[in-house]
Design a protein around this ligand. Structure first.
Ligand code: NCD
Length: 316
């Protein structure tokens, strides 16, 4: 495994290996000094063309906890603004001796193109590409659910028997695409719930059930996976007035009374409080795993970096 650009490239077993490896790094993260020398001497470049808080900081911390050096590529103040093509810029980054490129970009498919062009000597990790994929978010969501339901992610991690509802702006969500991919590979049943205008046009080809009426399906879910309303990725035709959205799809206090008692709630963040979910539900219910997801994101990204860059090295 040289790159991580899309979970479509990894089978069930590859996913289970990564999740199992994450267990070991979750242990490292619990140590008084949560740092190992595994990637000493390796360099990871962060190339983020879109805003990011948790994904960027999480990758940064993961690389540092593995003792790798981290280079921040200033996307707003680089030679790109002088007309250099992205391909030449990436080649330059490779020529500097960087081992891995963590890239987020608004254009779907770009990390895969870069991996084809310069991937011989540099590992490419997709930190979100347009509407296409967000593989590490999918993996950390799956890890968080395995940990919740099974205590850890053993070598045969599974979500069989778990019914997961993915609710909200599925059309514009790369997280939904990667979540569906990993959840179904691990055996979960997935229902996506969205108004027609926020359903992907090819949703009939997804391995999921589709629902428009949230209230009909909500009481069945073991997991409620919320998505952010991504206005920055919408055109006018798919926009739904916020009040309508809250009325039909928000996890309001009233709607929360119809949830299973032990239901798990996830959200990749950033949360729009009062829209996707009411404050009182987010802060007051047990089994809201939003902070756990962030915490596990570091261990998961350590596992990914270690798997791609650390072959043959012991974790310690
Ligand atoms: C997501 C993203 O950027 O795709 N955020 C994240 O990485 N935690 C989800 C989002 O922006 O809604």
């Amino acid at each position: 495994m040289k790159h991580l650009v899309d979970l479509k490239d990894i089978g069930e077993q590859g996913i289970q290996e990564l999740l199992h490896l994450t267990d070991r790094f979750a242990e490292v993260c619990q140590r008084p000094i949560p740092k190992v020398p595994a990637l000493r001497g390796r360099t990871v470049a962060m190339v983020f063309f879109e805003d990011s808080t948790r994904t960027r900081m999480s990758f940064d911390l993961a690389a540092k906890r593995l003792s790798a050096d981290v280079l921040d590529f200033p996307t707003h103040a680089s030679s790109l603004s002088k007309g250099e093509t992205l391909r030449d810029t990436v080649e330059t980054i490779g020529a500097l001796g960087v081992d891995a490129l963590v890239i987020r970009h608004g254009v779907g498919g770009l990390p895969s193109e870069i991996a084809h062009e310069v991937g011989e000597y540099i590992s490419v990790i997709n930190a979100g590409d347009g509407l296409n994929a967000h593989p590490t978010q999918g993996l950390l969501d799956a890890y968080t659910l395995c940990q919740h339901f099974n205590g850890s992610a053993g070598p045969e991690a599974s979500l069989a028997g778990v019914h997961i509802g993915i609710i909200g702006d599925v059309r514009h969500s790369r997280v939904a695409r990667s979540d569906v991919d990993v959840y179904t590979k691990l055996g979960a049943t997935v229902t996506v719930v969205a108004p027609q205008s926020l359903q992907p046009s090819d949703v009939d080809k997804w391995p999921v059930e589709v629902a428009e009426n949230l209230d009909e399906v909500l009481p069945k879910f073991d997991v409620v996976g919320l998505l952010r309303i991504q206005t920055e990725r919408m055109d006018d035709s798919s926009a739904l007035p916020v009040t309508d959205y809250v009325e039909r799809y928000g996890i309001t206090e009233a709607r929360a009374t119809t949830l299973k008692d032990d239901v798990v709630i996830t959200h990749p963040g950033p949360v729009n409080r009062g829209i996707e979910i009411a404050d009182s539900v987010l802060d007051g219910r047990p089994n809201v795993l939003v902070s756990k997801q962030v915490m596990n994101g570091v261990a998961l990204r350590m596992a990914v970096l270690f798997r791609l860059l650390g072959s043959g090295i012991e974790i310690e």
